[in-house]
Design a protein around this ligand. Structure first.
Ligand code: NAD
Length: 491
């Protein structure tokens, strides 16, 4: 057996697939509590449910980069083929035979492997089932965003948390990207005074944006639509940046681009079922080749006979029910208002945000290169070099650029910092309080749920009408909303 604890920081997804082929196939949440219970010496035991694309990030951390402090005790999924891939991954990189369990055997997984915490990386709508059950069975939880997809499931998580006292960490990796942490730092410093309003516009380009229309994300029952699935990141960032919670939401949304009519407008005869069998693949600008790309072939195409999950469905299908064009107004408990938009067929990928404060304006722009499809196994930078900017515009003084903090790796360097924050037993005090729990998870996803409701009713939706009495998350203190503001003289 190979040494299970070497330094293996650089395991790639391609390595994972190669290994699979050969074998043929709190906070960490509660970490300090867990460590105390174990006398401060034992490695923390993790089980993982949902072993698709995103799960690999956490699996790699537990099995390799953070294996000194963590161990993987079991995998669970509804797809037996992906379970075998995950098992092969563990065998290859850690020399471990991690047991695998069908989703119907989740309770047995917990009883037999006794994890301290469960990592939830299933499709969004299934998160709450595992979060609730894991807590009921005595485990803490580390869950991917969005914590869940609707208010009923959100209430179930709060009920379970109150009943069990267990902790649920929501992995908002965007908070950890150095430029976004820097924005928080600047806002905390009071450089633009206290913020009164926000303008925030997020652009998904036609590569990344279209990808949400290919698979489970394209139906609200699975993902809550882009307002929940994607914008939970953005709403969480704003809540955290402002140290405020949302109280009301008014929104409009429509699907205007990824439609059967648009298939014809871009020169196709019609929409079709999926790329693999598409009669017009040679002339469709949205064709995704999952047969030759190794990641897609192994993780999805080779496993689809088990569950009928097609990774490459036509982005112009009529049964899609999520929006691609969304505009949202949010009111916060501090009196701040935000105008937000999300567009899924943009000419460029990234975002612009402006905070209007009592002493000036902070303008931040990030242009990204994320999710170039297919990545072909390469490590592709996810930001355009030099295209991330932070500019301070003081009231009645000259504007200036601030040098932007840098990081390496996925999600602008955020993922790596976050993994340390989740999996290292001793973490330095974080003055930005980036670790998020179920309260922050709720306040971000509920803005999306409220927006979805407002799309259909045209009404303003109160967050407290969705889930009552959510305690405020832990946010750092911000500049005073009442202190005197010395106004510079007119020039
Ligand atoms: N933070 C980020 O930047 C980021 C990026 C990508 C994905 N995600 C999140 O990670 C999660 C997984 O996304 P993904 O891209 O890996 O999706 P995926 O489709 O590749 O994988 C999902 C896995 O969950 C399994 N699954 C689905 N329903 C299940 C159920 N009821 N019980 C057990 N297993 C089930 C599927 O078989 C599959 O293996 C999602 O919640 C997504 O929102 C987050």
């Amino acid at each position: 057996m190979r040494n299970p604890l070497p330094d293996r920081r650089e395991i790639s997804r391609r390595d994972f697939l190669t290994a699979a082929a050969v074998t043929a196939t709190g906070v960490v949440v509660g970490s300090s509590a867990i460590e105390e219970a174990r006398g401060g010496t034992a490695r923390r035991r993790f089980a993982q449910v949902g072993v698709g694309g995103r799960s690999i990030l956490y699996r790699k951390a537990v099995l390799s980069s953070h294996a000194e402090h963590c161990e993987m005790v079991g995998f669970c999924d509804l797809n037996p083929g992906r379970l075998k891939l995950a098992q092969a991954h563990a065998r290859s990189f850690a020399g471990l035979e991690v047991p695998i369990y069908a989703s119907s055997d989740f309770d047995r997984l917990i009883q037999e492997t006794k994890p301290d915490a469960v990592i939830v990386t299933t499709k969004d709508a299934a998160h709450s089932d595992y979060i609730v059950r894991a807590m009921e069975l005595g485990c803490d939880v580390v869950t991917e965003k969005p914590m869940t997809t609707d208010e009923t499931k959100c209430r179930a998580i709060f009920d379970a948390q109150r009943r069990t006292g267990k902790r649920c960490r929501v992995t908002f990796n965007y908070r950890y990207s150095p430029p976004r942490t820097q924005v928080k730092d600047l806002l905390m410093s009071g450089i633009i005074g206290d913020v009164l309003s926000v303008d925030f516009h997020w652009h998904l380009d036609t590569f990344h944006g279209s990808d949400y229309f290919r698979r489970w994300h394209s139906n609200k029952v699975n993902s809550g639509g882009l307002m929940v699935h994607k914008a939970t990141h953005h709403f969480d960032l704003v809540n955290w940046w402002l140290s405020a919670v949302p109280v009301s939401v008014m929104a409009t949304g429509k699907r205007h681009f990824y439609t059967p009519a648009m298939a014809k407008r871009i020169g196709l005869e019609s929409h079709h079922d999926r790329c693999l069998t598409c009669p017009e693949k040679a002339r469709c600008g949205f064709y995704l080749d999952i047969a030759t790309h190794p990641e897609y072939r192994e993780v999805y195409l080779a496993q689809e006979h088990y569950d009928g999950y097609f990774r490459d469905r036509c982005v112009f299908r009529p049964d899609i029910d999520i929006e691609d064009t969304m505009n949202v107004q949010v009111g916060y408990n501090t009196g701040v208002t935000m105008a937000y938009s999300l567009n899924a067929f943009s000419a460029w990928e990234g975002y612009q945000i402006c905070f209007n404060g009592t002493k000036g304006r902070l303008e931040h722009k990030m242009e990204e290169l994320v999710y170039v499809n297919p990545r072909e196994g390469r490590s592709v930078p996810d930001r355009k070099e030099g295209a991330t900017t932070i500019r301070i515009c003081p009231i009645r003084a000259a504007a200036y650029e601030v040098p932007v903090w840098k990081g390496d790796g996925e999600h602008a360097g955020g993922d790596r910092v976050m993994l340390d924050d989740i999996f290292l037993p001793q973490r330095p005090t974080d003055k930005y309080l980036r670790a998020a729990d179920h309260r922050a998870g709720a306040f971000s996803l509920l803005v999306g749920v409220a927006a979805n409701r407002s799309f259909t009713t045209g009404e303003t939706v109160k967050i407290s009408d969705l889930v009552r009495e959510i305690p405020p998350p832990d946010y750092p203190p911000m500049p005073s909303h009442v202190e005197p503001i010395p106004m510079p003289a007119r020039a």
